[in-house]
Design a protein around this ligand. Structure first.
Ligand SMILES: Nc1ncnc2c1ncn2[C@@H]1O[C@H](COP(=O)(O)OP(=O)(O)OP(=O)(O)O)[C@@H](O)[C@H]1O
Length: 367
């Protein structure tokens, strides 16, 4: 199937410094792809290039297989069939809801009325058709902005942090509603966000961006459960890092030996595990032999501190093996006293093993 949007190797430099480097990504018809990454990594610049308000120094962009950007070739923004929605993409204050939505529409008055009615019905705001933006709440204005962006049936919707201006209580509801309207219209979407939860909630596909590059693209489940490196794992949640050195393909840790396939002897490796994947054996209070292996491999540690953090508790351990610290989140309120000895377990299939990359090399690797 031809991708709705295909970005091939685009690079953009400002003052000779690359801000977007060899970025390639695609969005299939009817799919939501999230461009996810920390502030300043080049997400908005990529989106602006696709929208046609900026241009790349190198690379090519196609929509439905048609070239819209290539060296020496540039289709103007209004001819690309893209819809835009930004956080501060305000409605026209002097126009009614109807006129705001009909603004970019071609066709007869009747055709426009039909389309505006259809969209206002979808966003549940038909009763406000003759109201003015200042008479609507922030969430309602957002829904009108969505209807306006969708009105001309864009081939692809480009959304830049469209929900970040909304207060927390509203945000989840509007996000879900927006997603169902976009799916209902069959619109392909490229959504820029710096929030992993938002990307996981909205995306069919996540493109993870860092220092101007896409470092991983895949379904949310895969990006979360098979991160390419430690930094990718840490972007989605708090992590534990267990350090070790490879000897004959194995690394010795508090939890026994770990396989480190493909790593040469002497290589320093990091075993990464999320705090929610660590189990605690509360029954035997760290006494006696290690518990049964059904929850994984066990090691003993002493509680350093325990805190209640909402729906769960966070327990920090100092490991007997090497004095390192590990964090575990446990459901409900369970706050063991500091100094208590406990057995804790990790499942090998929840661990990711990565070679250590010295921090000074991160930038070199990205450039
Ligand atoms: N016109 C410009 N001239 C010079 N530098 C720019 C320009 N536009 C963006 N940059 C720089 O490029 C980098 C990437 O910016 P961009 O807005 O694309 O990042 P972002 O990932 O969208 O971040 P945020 O989430 O904070 O908006 C930043 O360091 C920014 O200062």
């Amino acid at each position: 199937m031809t991708p709705r949007l295909e970005v091939r190797n685009i690079t953009r430099r400002f003052g000779g410094v690359p801000v977007v480097s060899e970025v390639s990504l695609s969005v299939m018809p009817g799919q939501v792809t999230c461009l996810l990454g920390p502030s300043g990594c080049g997400k908005s610049t990529t989106l602006r290039i696709i929208a046609g308000v900026d241009w790349p120094d190198e690379g090519e962009i196609r929509i439905d297989g048609e070239r819209i950007v290539a060296p020496g070739f540039f289709v103007p923004p209004e001819k690309r069939g893209t819809g835009l929605m930004f956080q501060d993409f305000a409605l026209f204050p002097h126009l009614s809801v109807f006129d705001n939505i009909a603004f970019g529409l071609d066709g007869t008055r009747t055709e426009k009325r039909l389309r505006v009615h259809e969209l206002l019905d979808k966003v549940g705001l038909l009763r406000y058709i003759d109201s003015y933006p200042h008479e609507l709440s922030g969430g309602e204005q957002q829904r009108v902005a969505l209807a306006r962006a969708l009105a001309p049936r864009p081939r692809i919707m480009l959304m830049d942090e469209p929900f970040s201006g909304l207060d927390n209580r509203l945000r989840d509801g509007i996000r879900d509603e927006t997603l169902s309207i976009l799916k209902d219209e069959g619109t392909a979407v490229l959504l820029v966000t710096h929030e992993p939860e938002e990307a996981m909630r909205m995306a069919d596909e996540i493109a993870l961006m860092r220092r101007g590059r896409i470092v991983q693209q895949g379904a949310p489940y895969n990006v979360y459960n098979a991160p390419v490196d430690r930094e990718a794992a840490a972007f989605f949640s708090d992590i534990n890092v267990i350090r070790g050195r490879v000897q004959g393909l194995l690394t010795e840790t508090a939890f026994g030996k770990f396989m480190a396939p493909g790593q040469a002897d002497g290589t320093e490796v990091e075993i990464v595990i999320r705090p929610q994947h660590i189990k605690i054996d509360f029954d035997r209070g760290g006494q006696g032999p290690a518990p049964s292996p059904e929850h994984g491999v066990w090691a003993r540690g002493v509680v350093e501190r325990a805190r209640f953090i909402g729906k769960e508790s966070l327990v920090e351990f100092r490991m007997d093996f090497d004095g390192s610290l590990l964090k575990a989140t446990v459901p409900s309120v369970f706050l063991p006293k500091a100094g208590t000895h406990l057995w804790i377990a990790i499942r090998r299939d929840r661990c990711f093993v990565f070679p250590v990359i010295p921090s000074k090399d991160w930038r070199r690797r990205a450039d």
